[in-house]
Design a protein around this ligand. Structure first.
Ligand SMILES: [Zn+2]
Length: 321
């Protein structure tokens, strides 16, 4: 199990005190969006915040190190701040494949979206709407699962898209086989402008590629697919089974029992009194959001433009003899 959360002290303490919450049973990872936001609250530099995101989301160790060097060059204090956080917890390059490509807590935010508007309702209505929306959420996905089965799809849409896109990319790679026992090889990617011509090492037996993507997503990357081709191995057989359409169907095919009329309930609630908390008088137009906005909600476009402007000015000054 991989828990991704912000760095709330209570959560960290709970995980630390949970005896079973250690590798290989479970790990705690930090939401990269929250790390970047806290970093920016301290350092107050949106350019460094963007570099922090790049560092955390990079799968390759060498690229991560390069970005950290850039942060250090720009601000030693900013580098020290990030360097003090356990890299396993916030970077994709040091994660070891636990995150499955998920960097933020967006998935739980998505459930908040499903239940949007419900939290201001009285308790009984809140329970009712939560059940209704959950049933609908499962129904839509159960239908989607059936459609994928009818189309003879092996994996979910996400995995299919990733696998095919990497399969197409693999055509342009060059492979050199090294060891039949380890089914290892080096792969050189094609030059594309200033990018490409990277060398990655693939070991099929260990299910790993030095680009880090296979380990992170559980789907053979373009390099791994190229090497599979060279050794006549089926790359498709190495996609993790949690992407299997059957697994998807098993998740969403659970049945919910329809709720009977209150008259059939075993517990009589007629004597309960409730105090409605919902607004009885509604204003025209959209409801005002009650969510407390924070640093993550600000677009910071202006700050980025100003930083780019400053960079432009300093480069002009540097060019002046
Ligand atoms: Zn790779």
């Amino acid at each position: 199990m991989c828990l991704i959360s912000d760095r709330h002290a209570g959560l960290i303490k709970a995980v630390r005190e949970g005896p079973d919450f250690v590798s290989p049973h479970g790990v705690h990872r930090y939401c990269l969006r929250h790390v970047c936001s806290n970093f920016n609250n301290t350092i107050k530099n949106v350019v460094l915040k963007d570099l922090c995101w790049q560092a955390g989301s990079e799968y390759q160790l060498r690229k991560f190190n390069r970005i950290m060097d850039e942060i250090k060059k720009q601000d030693v204090k900013a580098f020290a701040y990030l360097d003090a956080i356990n890299k396993e917890k916030w970077t994709a390059s040091h994660d070891g494949g636990w995150r499955c490509g998920i960097l933020t807590t967006n998935m739980s935010e998505c459930i908040n979206g499903v239940l949007k508007g419900a939290r201001r309702l009285p308790v009984s209505a809140l329970v009712e709407i939560t059940l209704e929306r959950t049933v609908h959420y499962f129904h839509v996905r159960a239908m989607k699962g059936q459609k994928m089965l009818q189309n003879n799809q092996l994996w979910t849409d996400f995995a299919c898209k990733m696998f095919i896109s990497w399969q197409q990319k693999a055509v342009e790679h060059t492979v050199t086989k090294y060891s039949h026992a380890q089914q290892s090889a080096s792969v050189v990617t094609r030059r594309q402008g200033r990018h490409g011509m990277n060398t990655h090492v693939v070991k099929i037996v260990n299910r790993e590629c030095s680009c880090g993507k296979w380990n992170q997503f559980g789907i053979p990357c373009s390099d791994a697919q190229k090497v599979c081709g060279a050794y006549n191995i089926s790359a498709a057989s190495m996609v993790k089974d949690y992407y299997d359409v059957m697994a998807y169907n098993n998740t969403y095919s659970k049945h919910f029992e329809p709720v009977q009329s209150e008259d059939y309930w075993m517990i009589q609630i007629s004597s309960w009194s409730t105090t409605p908390t919902i607004r009885t008088v509604t204003c025209p137009g959209r409801n005002q959001t009650t969510r407390i906005h924070n640093e993550m909600d600000w677009r910071q476009t202006r700050a980025r433009q100003e930083a780019q402007q400053q960079q432009g000015d300093s480069s002009i000054q540097e060019n002046v003899p």
